[in-house]
Design a protein around this ligand. Structure first.
Ligand SMILES: [Zn+2]
Ligand SMILES: [Zn+2]
Length: 356
């Protein structure tokens, strides 16, 4: 497993785009999406033909991998999925397919590869040659779920080391400027880039798309938010502390036009839970831990039980981006990532944080 992880990262680092096991000629595959982004994964925009043998279809969206299908359906195992039969290259019902998990053949977006087969015999032959274990769709989906954060971390590390830098350079040199906020998905953005960048190489277009989507778009959104404004006199009603001393942690709730400040999300939650009936959940704000920007608490991702403490000890540490929250949770031994409504509705979470 470790060997495979290292091998995958080496291949990712080199950006190997030569013919991979997954790849098929466009003329040999089936592509069901319509529109300009027809040939791109609905979740990550990677080329569907390059990663064809791990393609999945769900609700007329085509995904490069089980990883991307999981990302798009998180937690809810869908029942209308189709997957490519590795041998015939036709789509088959995923629920009737035999998945080979963890063979020596490289995976797509994962170190733990998964290939599907229509017949049990084909799967067995594949295992004999390449190793791996035969599973059904639900098992393969659950393994994807278990591996998800680790795979994401590996992919993110590659992006931060290489993709974003190259993407920025290519965008500056080879592309007409685009307004990233006008695209609904990264695959539509990539389809546009194909027309305005002086490169036809899919890999280069992918770098530019990931740079624009992850870096430029996220920063633009965060910049537009500004910071939570407070004065030297604003005190937390729960603990009595002056909030200006803890700018990284400030939270704020507007109740009937009046702004109430907190020196951390935890005290904000105590207040919100206590005054639930008076509070409009859309008027609750926290500080994004990475950028220091003001974000809506309702859409934030809170890391719970990490080794980073706020002014009041254990905290719910807020992030705008779910990816940031997940990688922070991993790096700082966090126990969970919760949403705003989960924390105010599940009494046990507040109870647990007291007992940490
Ligand atoms: Zn994908
Ligand atoms: Zn407080």
């Amino acid at each position: 497993m470790i060997f495979r992880a290292i091998f995958l990262s080496i291949v990712l680092m080199c950006g190997l785009n030569a013919k991979m096991f997954q790849s098929v000629d466009v003329s040999k595959g089936v592509f069901v999406q319509h529109g300009k982004d027809k040939m791109y994964c609905s979740n990550c925009a990677m080329s569907l033909s390059t990663y064809y043998k791990t393609n999945h279809i769900h609700k007329n969206h085509q995904y490069c991998s089980l990883h991307c299908l999981y990302d798009a359906t998180k937690g809810n195992i869908p029942d209308d999925v189709k997957v490519v039969d590795t041998n015939s290259l036709k789509f088959i019902d995923a629920k009737k397919a035999y998945y080979v998990v963890g063979s020596d053949k490289m995976g797509t977006m994962t170190y733990n590869s998964k290939y599907a087969f229509k017949s049990f015999d084909d799967a067995k032959k594949f295992v004999k040659k390449n190793g791996g274990k035969i599973s059904n769709f639900v098992e393969a989906y659950e393994i994807t779920e278990e591996d998800f954060l680790q795979d994401l971390k590996l992919l993110q590390a590659k992006k931060e080391k290489k993709t974003y830098k190259l993407g920025k350079k290519l965008y500056t040199k080879k592309c007409e400027k685009v307004n990233v906020n006008s695209f609904e998905t990264i695959s539509l953005l990539k389809a546009k880039l194909k027309n305005v960048c002086k490169t036809r190489r899919d890999r280069e277009l992918q770098y530019v798309a990931e740079y624009l989507w992850d870096v430029v778009k996220k920063n633009k959104v965060l910049e537009a938010f500004g910071k939570i404004e407070y004065t030297k006199h604003d005190k937390c009603p729960i603990c009595g502390m002056f909030v200006y001393k803890y700018p990284k942690w400030v939270a704020m709730v507007e109740v009937n036009g009046k702004k109430i400040y907190f020196d951390g999300a935890k005290d904000m939650f105590k207040y919100v839970i206590k005054h639930k009936s008076k509070i409009d959940n859309k008027k609750v704000f926290v500080t994004d831990y990475f950028s220091g920007k003001k974000i809506d608490a309702l859409f934030a991702h809170f890391v719970y039980g990490s080794n980073v403490y706020g002014p009041m000890g254990n905290e719910f540490i807020p992030f705008y981006s779910e990816k940031d929250a997940n990688s922070f949770r991993k790096d700082h031994y966090g126990m969970a990532v919760y949403g705003f409504l989960q924390i105010i509705e599940d009494k046990e979470i507040m109870q647990d944080i007291k007992e940490l």
